[in-house]
Design a binder for this molecule. Structure first.
Ligand code: P5A
Length: 423
C-alpha cells in the first residue's frame, strides 16, 4: 500500500473524549472513528488489524474441529421467549419491529439460535460432540459505552457453541476450549489470566473469564502472580485452575500469595448443561434409541475489544508497537525527499514480491513527519532511505519495539531478516 492511496490522517493531539491510551492511539492513528455513541467505523488501518486478529482466532478454532458458519445479526424474538431470556435481557437488548409488527432483535449472543438450528442437523448421539462458531457483530445497549471499542454497543465477537451427550463429556469439551483459548491469546502476544467467574446472563455452573492485566482494565482481579509468569500451555487444566484467580464478584483477598490487579476481559467461556437445549426442545437419540437433551457450552472472544487490549499491552509515548502478525503493515518504506522517491518505489516493488503487507510512505511530507507517523501506527519495521543513503549508499532499518537501528547496503538488505517479533 502506498500512503498516497491510504485513507489516513494522523492526529498530533489526543481527542479529549479519549480517556485511555488505546482509545487515544486508535483515534490518533485513524484506526476507528466514532459514528455515534458506542458505534464505530473501522477505517482501513483498524480494519486490517481486526482481520489479522480474527484470523488468529479462526485458525485456533479450526484446529480443535470447530466449524465456522455465519448466523444473522437480526434474530426473531420467538426463540428468546421460549428460553425465557426475552424478558430477562432487559434494556441491553435492542428490540426492533418490522413492517408486519413482528418482534425482532439485534443479536447480543446466539445460544438460542444455534440450539434451535442444531437438532435439524444432528439427531443421534453418533453425531456428537459438535462444535460450531461464527465471528459476527453483536449489539448490546450498554448503559455506559466507553473507552472506544473496549466497551462498545456494537462489537465483534467470536462465539462458539458445543453440544455433548452428557455432563462429563461437556466438561472435557470445556477444557478443550479453555486450553485453545490460552493458545490463542499467546499467539496474539498476550499473557491471559484465566479467572473463575460468575455466569450472569448466560448461565451455568462452570465459567472462566480470560483477563489481560492492564492498569486501565475494568475488572478488579485477585490472582497468584505465578499465573502470569509461567507458560500455562505446559500445564494441565486442573493444575491451572487450582492456582488462585478470581474476579471482582468472587474475590477472596485472604488467600496467601495473592496480588490485586486490574484486567481487561478478552474472553469468557461457559458450561451450562441443558439450560437452552431443554426449553428449546433440542434432542438427540442415545444408543438405546431414547431421546436425550444435549449438554452445551458457549465460548466468547471479544475480537474488536482485543484491538484495544493489545494496544494497552504494547505501546510507548510515541505510539503503538504492534506484534508483527497483527500489524496492518509489516515493513514501512520511507524516503526522505523527491531525490530518492524512485529508488524507494523500486524497493517497494521488489520487497512486495518477497513479503506481504509492505507499505511505502510516498507522501510529500518531511522525513521526520513520516517517521513519526510510522511510530504512531506501530509498524514493526521501518526502512529509511535518507541521509545515510545520500552519503554512504546505506539504508537504515529500525525495529519499532526495541528502537534498534541497522545500517545496511543493498546486498545486506536483500539478506536482512525482518524478524516476526512480539514486543
Ligand atoms: C459466550 C459466547 C457471551 O456472550 N455467549 C456466546 C457468551 N459471553 S460474554 O462474556 O458476554 O461476551 C464474550 C466476550 O465479548 C466481549 N464483549 C465486548 N466487547 C466489546 N464491547 C462490549 N460491550 C462487549 N461485551 C462483551 C468480551 O471480551 C467478552 O469476554
Amino acid at each position: 500500500m502506498r500512503f498516497s492511496n491510504l485513507l489516513f490522517n494522523s492526529l498530533k493531539e489526543s481527542p479529549k473524549e479519549a480517556k485511555i491510551v488505546s482509545h487515544q492511539l486508535m483515534l490518533r492513528s485513524s484506526m476507528i472513528q466514532q459514528h455515534t455513541s458506542g458505534i464505530y467505523t473501522w477505517l482501513p488501518l483498524g480494519f486490517k488489524v481486526l482481520k489479522n486478529i480474527e484470523e488468529i482466532v479462526r485458525s485456533n478454532q479450526d484446529q480443535i474441529g470447530c466449524n465456522e458458519m455465519l448466523m444473522s445479526t437480526i434474530q426473531s424474538s420467538d426463540l428468546w421467549t421460549k428460553s425465557g431470556r426475552y424478558a430477562d435481557y432487559g434494556k441491553e437488548m435492542l428490540r426492533i419491529k418490522d413492517r408486519h409488527d413482528n418482534e425482532l432483535l439485534y443479536g447480543p449472543t446466539n445460544e438460542e439460535v444455534i440450539t434451535d438450528l442444531f437438532s435439524n442437523y444432528v439427531n443421534s448421539y453418533k453425531g456428537l460432540p459438535k462444535y460450531v462458531y461464527h465471528i459476527q457483530w453483536k449489539f448490546r445497549d450498554e448503559i455506559r459505552p466507553r473507552f472506544g471499542v473496549m466497551r462498545g454497543r456494537e462489537f465483534l465477537m467470536k462465539d462458539a457453541y458445543s453440544f455433548d451427550l452428557d455432563h462429563d463429556k461437556a466438561v472435557k469439551t470445556y477444557q478443550t476450549f479453555f486450553m485453545c483459548y490460552l493458545k490463542t491469546f499467546k499467539e496474539l502476544g498476550l499473557q491471559p489470566i484465566p479467572v473463575k467467574a460468575a455466569t450472569g446472563a448466560i448461565g451455568g455452573d462452570l465459567s472462566h473469564e480470560f483477563q489481560i492485566l492492564a492498569k486501565t482494565g475494568e475488572s478488579e482481579l485477585a490472582y497468584d502472580p505465578e499465573l502470569v509468569s509461567q507458560d500455562l500451555l505446559e500445564k494441565s487444566f486442573d493444575e491451572i485452575t487450582s492456582m488462585y484467580s478470581a474476579s471482582d464478584e468472587m474475590i477472596d483477598k485472604s488467600k496467601s500469595n495473592v496480588v490485586i490487579g486490574r484486567g481487561i476481559e478478552v474472553g469468557h467461556i461457559f458450561n451450562f448443561g441443558t439450560k437452552y437445549s431443554e426449553p428449546l426442545e433440542c434432542y438427540v437419540l442415545n444408543n438405546e434409541g431414547k431421546k436425550v437433551t444435549p449438554y452445551m457450552g458457549s465460548y466468547g472472544i471479544g475480537v474488536s475489544r482485543l484491538t484495544a487490549a493489545i494496544i494497552e499491552a504494547f505501546h510507548d509515548d510515541k505510539g503503538i508497537k504492534w506484534p508483527f502478525n497483527i500489524s496492518p503493515f509489516k515493513i514501512n518504506i520511507i524516503s526522505s525527499n523527491d531525490k530518492f522517491i524512485d529508488i524507494a518505489g523500486e524497493l517497494y516493488d521488489t520487497l512486495s514480491k518477497k513479503y506481504i503487507n509492505i507499505s511505502f510512505d510516498d507522501r510529500d511530507l518531511s522525513l521526520g513527519r513520516k517517521i513519526k507517523d510510522s511510530e504512531l501506527i506501530g509498524i514493526p519495521w521501518s526502512l529509511i532511505i535518507g541521509k545515510n543513503f545520500d552519503e554512504k549508499n546505506e539504508f537504515e532499518v529500525i525495529n519499532r519495539s526495541s528502537g534498534e537501528k541497522f545500517f545496511v547496503n543493498k546486498q545486506e538488505l536483500e539478506n536482512f531478516q525482518f524478524e516476526q517479533y512480539t514486543p
